[in-house]
Design a protein around this ligand. Structure first.
Ligand code: HEC
Length: 109
């Protein structure tokens, strides 16, 4: 009986450790793969649009009030318009998508 309990305990411990390990590597994976839209926005867009998207400097639009859908925003960021820089040669496609998605989350209060 004691032997049986000991076995259960060891099995439980082994499983707990294995779980912990797999979680750690998962977190590391998403960190390296994920593109941070918020960070790109601060670096490339906030100059004209402001950190909160509302600045409207250089004739840019208040992004919190934009009614463009995600595809139109991806096109906008890629090709630029008027004063707005075209980012297709500056950012990768996944970065453009991530930053366009980030602008969808900016909301007027
Ligand atoms: C040099 C200034 C400048 C920078 C940098 C800039 N924009 Fe713009 N943006 C503008 C201007 C100006 C417009 C308005 C263009 C027009 O309609 O004539 C605009 C328009 C937009 C629109 C369309 C809004 C609407 O409803 O019509 C989106 C979306 C947008 N910008 C996203 C971004 C993102 C994302 C970035 C960063 C990758 C960025 N912009 C960087 C100046 C800028």
């Amino acid at each position: 009986m004691t032997k049986y309990l000991f076995f259960l305990l060891m099995a439980g411990l082994t499983m707990a450790c294995a779980n912990k390990d797999s979680k750690t590597s998962e977190t590391q994976n998403t960190e390296t793969v994920a593109v941070d839209g918020a960070k790109i926005f601060k670096q490339s867009c906030a100059l004209c649009h402001g950190i909160d998207g509302k600045l409207g400097a250089n004739g840019s639009k208040d992004l919190t009030k934009s009614e463009l859908d995600i595809n139109a925003r991806i096109a906008m960021v890629s090709q630029g318009k008027g004063v707005m820089t075209a980012f297709e040669n500056i950012l990768s496609l996944s970065e453009i998508k991530a930053v366009a998605e980030y602008t969808m989350t900016l909301k007027a209060e």
